[in-house]
Write a protein that binds this ligand. Sequence first.
Ligand code: PBG
Length: 322
Amino acid sequence: MNIRPRRNRKSEGVRRMVEETKVTTSDFIFPLFLLEDANGSIEVDSMPGIYRLGLEKLLKEIEACMTLGVTAFDVFPVVPESYKDKTATKSYDPNFFYQKALSRIKKEFPEAVIMTDVALDPYNSDGHDGLVKDGKILNDETLEVLGKMALAQAQTGIDIIGPSDMMDGRVGYIREVLDDNGFQDVSIMSYTAKYASAFYGPFRDALDSAPKSGDKKTYQMNPANQREALIEADLDVEEGADFLMVKPALAYLDVIKLLKDNYAQPIAAYNVSGEYAMLKAAGQKGWLDYDRAMVETLLSIKRAGADVILTYHAKEFAQLFR
Ligand code: PBG
């Protein structure tokens, strides 16, 4: 035998030298859940270790993460039911606690990268990402609300807008609204291939944002489809997206690879709430080694081609390798 692959595995030093993929804290965007009560803190039952935090606590969390090297955050609001209505008006009200909190976060941490989510579901009484009429999700009418929401978020000084709604034409529409209002420098990370997935369950618990009726299959993609992601990606690129995202990550590693191979834009992957919950639950039961399973999971997403990983593991990973 003149070729013995085991030679390159013989010691920690050699293994480290030939390691092909490295995950670092600069790959991460850490999703955070914002409560209205400034000093509130409520753990998400289905996401042990993840808390919905009021602004004061959230600022402290960001500070702690920054010192660990996690410097990008996606902030989601927990909207009390009493604020929700058919047309999601709070989503573009500059005086709403979420928009005000974003300004404060950017003021306290100008060097942090702050991302926001654009979709109606946390704010509308139907729990859908778009406007609902007679049980149907309206596309073009929804764009107008998404545009106003994106603008209100941009006005707080945030860095990246993340349209997660899957309405047709929204990236181009939002780009135009932003540009018309002087926000050329605000980036768009499009949820390009967002699947109608069971893995969002714990997130919807966290935000209390599950659809009141029906499902999201008329706008989110069919988990059976891969090539359709190319149609979405073509459109997003044409409409001006700066990043293309695949979501969820683990059951869709092939889609991450497909987009990586076909586009020069940075590829993001959202390692979603249900993926986090699975590892946590098995780890807590002692059924697997949580830390190792976490690192292996994040490596798989990076290896598939993700340049950016949105993950609830971000802080724990950083603590593990501090
Ligand atoms: C809002 C949105 C969702 C997630 C991110 N933005 C939920 C959904 O579309 O139902 C899911 C994130 C996660 O599960 O971690 N449209």
